[in-house]
Design a protein around this ligand. Structure first.
Ligand SMILES: *Cc1c(COP(=O)(O)O)cnc(C)c1O
Length: 425
């Protein structure tokens, strides 16, 4: 099936007389006739539901849809994108391990990696998304367990050369994890370019209506963990906390997601609520239609900004002059996304004055929503970073992140025009 059909119908096929819409199974627990039946579930010997901290039928149906959209073999929902990012790495890296990451990533991921996961004993080396193959290879260590990057980075809007990062990861025997939040599988499917694991903040375009926080991890099933049993002992040797289950042996291509569910979800409990999964699914049903409109609005606004004398610079990979245009043509041929970054002449204060004058676009921490919103990262999401870190992340002090919603492009442009008119360059 094509992407649009999966968006509408994937993940759930009701039988005769069953609900047309995915039912919300608002139940923390599930009943069994005997303790023996339940024991089999606890030993992962039988499949079934017993407690919604681990699995819930509503969440599973929506995860199946996202797995199908990405072309993966298994997926799990999490309560937020942050939880998805954390689990995707912590599932294969422990204290004493190392991860290579693009420096151009979401600010929340950068904090998670450089502060919190560092406290857990996992070290990250950040590389420029534009680094040469040599520079990339030099970042690896014997204890490297994964490579991480974003298809389209939030908010720097760099486009990752997924094939280059996948080749480097695979030549060192580790998987490439891609945060595909901004592109969504409608505009890019990273598995087709060699990525092994995909993560999402479904809070953004997938939900698309600013209604429910959420995340997702999808496994391509392509990375052969059992080829490197010493590097990935958690997947390739018996798990004492599950009666000696060896995930790769018992679950094959489902090993990564099963381990993340059985171990990490059990212990950390960042489960998506069934009601939120239901809302996410409503968003997914129109994702293919909305992404087209978001991408068109993004391009129209970027072109207008590019032509405006009060705008210092514009970053949108759909623009022909953009440094990432060639990569966008390769990885994002059907559209980029709705997010445009730019600088107003006059720097930080001009950016703030401009944003204050906007009438349609609201100032929000949010991005990738049906309603247009904008943000000044240097004074909000990225305020923990020093100037050097900001530069490495591709975030200049004057950067305005403008997220085109689903409104009419003409109205968005008129709003920007009136706001710029009042700004003194
Ligand atoms: C928002 C975002 C996240 C974090 O997701 P939450 O749902 O807010 O926890 C991760 N990655 C990217 C690219 C994001 O935009």
């Amino acid at each position: 099936m094509k992407t649009g059909t999966i968006c509408v119908q994937g993940g759930y096929t009701p039988g005769n007389g069953e609900p047309r819409q995915i039912p919300v199974i608002q139940s923390t627990t599930f009943k069994y006739a005997t303790s023996e039946d339940m024991g089999k579930l606890f030993d992962l010997e039988a499949e079934g539901y017993f407690y919604s901290r681990l699995q819930n039928p509503t969440c599973d149906a929506v995860a199946r849809k996202i797995a199908a959209l990405e072309g993966g073999v298994a997926a799990m929902l999490t309560s937020s994108g942050q939880a998805a990012t954390f689990y995707s790495i912590f599932n294969i890296a422990s204290a004493g391990d190392h991860v290579v990451s693009s420096a151009s990533i979401y600010g929340g991921s950068f904090n998670l990696f450089s502060v919190t996961m560092k406290r857990m004993g996992i070290e990250f080396t950040f590389v420029s998304p534009d680094c040469t193959g040599e520079e990339l290879n030099a970042a690896f260590r014997p204890n490297t367990k994964a490579v991480f990057g974003e298809t389209i980075a939030n908010p720097a809007l760099t486009v990752l050369d997924i094939e280059k990062f996948a080749e480097a990861a695979h030549s060192h025997g580790v998987p490439l994890i891609i945060d595909n939040t901004f592109a969504t599988p409608v505009n890019c499917r990273p598995f087709e370019w060699g990525a092994d694991i995909v993560t999402h903040s479904t809070t953004k375009y997938m939900d698309g209506h600013g209604a429910a926080l959420g995340g997702c991890i999808v496994d391509s099933g392509n990375f052969d963990w059992s080829k490197y049993p010493e590097r990935f002992p958690g997947l390739c040797t018996p798990d004492a906390s599950y009666h000696g289950v060896t995930y790769t042996e018992r679950f094959g291509k489902g090993a990564f997601i099963t381990k993340a569910t059985a171990q990490l979800m059990r212990d950390f409990g960042s489960m998506a609520a069934p009601q939120n999964a239901f809302l996410l699914n409503l968003g997914l049903e129109s994702l293919h239609v909305r992404m087209k409109r978001h991408s068109e609005n993004g391009l129209a606004v970027a072109k207008y900004l590019e032509s405006h004398p009060k705008v210092a610079w514009v970053r949108f990979a759909g623009l022909e002059g953009d440094p990432y245009h060639a990569l966008a043509e390769k990885y994002l041929p059907d559209g980029v996304c709705g997010v445009v970054s730019f600088g107003v002449k006059g720097g930080r204060s001009a950016a703030e004055a401009f944003m204050k004058r906007l009438k349609i676009a609201a100032i929000e921490t949010h991005v990738a929503d049906a309603r247009t919103c904008c943000l000044h990262p240097a004074s909000s999401t990225h305020r923990q970073m020093n100037d050097q870190e900001l530069e490495a992340a591709g975030v200049s002090p004057d950067l305005v992140r403008y997220s085109c919603g689903l409104e009419d492009a003409e109205d968005l442009i008129a709003d920007i025009a009136q706001a710029l008119e009042g700004v003194e360059a």
